[in-house]
Design a protein around this ligand. Sequence first.
Ligand code: ADP
Ligand code: MG
Length: 262
Amino acid sequence: MTASPMVQVHELSKSFGDTSVLSGISFDVARGQVVSMIGPSGAGKSTLIRCINHLERPDDGYVLIDSEPMGYRLRGGDLHEVSNAELGASRAKVGMVFQSYNLFSHMTALENIVFAPRAVKGMGEAAARSRAMELLDRVGLAAKARSYPSQLSGGQQQRVAIARALAMDPLVMLFDEATSALDPEMVGDVLEVIRGLANDGMTMILVTHEMQFAREVSDVVFFLDGGRIVEQGPPEAIFTAPTSPRLQTFLGTSLTRPTPII
Ligand code: ADP
Ligand code: MG
């Protein structure tokens, strides 16, 4: 028996006013697969990521996570919107890391990680703290458990944000330009954590400008432009033999940008 895909995006469309931002996007992400999304600013990458965990409500189409509809319930062949409580439970399956780390500033690194498992999953304090310590260790920050966000560098805060997302035991992790706001010397540490997750078999969707990293870590790369997946394929094909003129132009401009050596 083949396992069902971890993520299924079916005919997703989204407009803001008269502006169509996503036009009938469909794709699957298999369990343990790493998908990178590249494309110019305004292509719809963030909107797509936000639709996947229903931070943005699609106008058409739907997303299945582990075969369960995100934000909807299937009843009598129709999709019905779920309550906020049910949506919260579905969202717990999807970890999300943004460009801005948004840690709680009045909580230590450890408390930031402990918070959601306690509040959302009702996990006991001792278990949540012990798991949080494990995760801090995994992102290389065990020594910073008691530090407040203001005492951490941007790269360290982003690694705490990744640990915080992992604390909910997500089935899939979404990263939207997780390193774009960081000083160049901090990018490598964060990418190493993401690479570690990939090696451990985490299913991930990455929106990234780090082309070299996308090339190394991805199973599949999607090139988005104008709200559509214009080209997709294994990284070697996308980066060395792009077929669409738009991808060729995009790579021509973005590959000349310096990429960090990691
Ligand atoms: P990307 O992440 O690829 O840069 P986005 O998904 O952020 O692209 O944006 C795609 C388009 O949708 C852009 O034209 C953007 O201005 C527009 N857009 C995104 N969010 C909103 C919103 N909340 N309201 C109106 N327009 C939006
Ligand atoms: Mg974006």
